[in-house]
Design a protein around this ligand. Structure first.
Ligand code: C5P
Length: 260
């Protein structure tokens, strides 16, 4: 039996149902303007440009007709040769939005990449590194970057210490072992569905503490492989991130200055 080509057997889930409160625009983050378009348009264009999927499943905030219309525009822009676009209502947490989108994945799909719309400027090469690792046999693969800050664990100060400062250090994580994790995160579809089912049945699936899908796969004991991410794949979360993203698009050197 021949191995199916990655593009023919791959779906990309784009989660775009977040509120974007930390960005402070008073609208869902996916609709926030970036370089004259929206964050979601940039994210979808990046997925299409990577050319790795036959289907793109987008989770948008429930009842958001503007974002649905944007998705339709994207589908029209790509024409009949582009990936099939499916749009679903997202949930109250990222994890619920991923699950809603997974329900729309076509039968026969073998691999799924889960991507944050907020990482609107993720370059092709990151999608390709993830898709290549799946095709090479990984059941789970994440892009990540080395951590530049020293990272410490803390607890809330108590008693007299609380009068000095709000937190106390409990330890220092070894920086060379730490990675800042990005998306798209790639999975064998069956493994990801099993991971979500297992979290939901143990009552953990709805927890806001589930910040990525790899966490759920780690709980199954399945190895999660790590490939190189990219600096411009930053998650647009705060006003400063938006300024950086605008700078990447419009600066004198545009996106070209970033390597890796
Ligand atoms: O909130 P956070 O920054 O972790 O969101 C990461 C991604 O998950 C964003 O693209 C956001 O739109 C998406 N999300 C979602 N549904 C939610 C919360 C977040 O699709 N309920």
């Amino acid at each position: 039996m021949s191995t199916p080509s990655p593009a023919g057997a791959t779906a990309v889930v784009v989660v775009a149902a977040g509120s974007g409160q930390r960005l402070g625009y008073g609208m869902p983050k996916a609709r926030v303007p970036l370089g004259g378009e929206t964050i979601l348009t940039h994210a979808l264009r990046g997925v299409a440009a990577a050319g790795i999927a036959r289907q793109v499943c987008v989770a948008v905030p429930e009842g958001d007709s503007e974002l649905r219309a944007l998705c339709e525009e994207f589908a029209a822009e790509n024409g009949p040769d582009g990936p099939l676009l499916s749009v679903v209502d997202g949930g109250a947490t990222r994890s619920e939005s991923v699950r809603a989108a997974l329900e729309a994945v076509l039968e026969g799909t073998r691999w799924v990449l889960v991507h944050d719309a907020a990482r609107a400027l993720t370059p092709d090469r990151v999608f390709h590194r993830v898709a290549d690792a799946l095709a090479a046999g990984a059941k789970a693969v994440i892009p990540a970057m080395p951590v530049v800050d020293t990272v410490k664990t803390v607890v809330a100060s108590e008693g007299g210490d609380a009068e000095i400062a709000p937190e106390l250090v409990t330890g220092t994580a070894p920086r060379e072992e730490l990675r800042a994790v990005q998306t798209p995160q790639g999975f064998d579809l069956e493994t990801l569905l099993q991971a979500h089912d297992s979290a939901a049945s143990s009552g953990d699936g709805h927890a806001a503490a589930i910040t990525d899908d790899a966490m759920l796969v780690e709980l199954l004991g399945t190895p999660v492989h790590v490939v190189k991410g990219a600096s411009q794949s930053l998650k647009i979360t705060t006003p400063l991130d938006l300024i950086i993203a605008e700078g990447l698009l419009e600066g004198p050197l545009g996106m070209r200055w970033v390597e890796g």
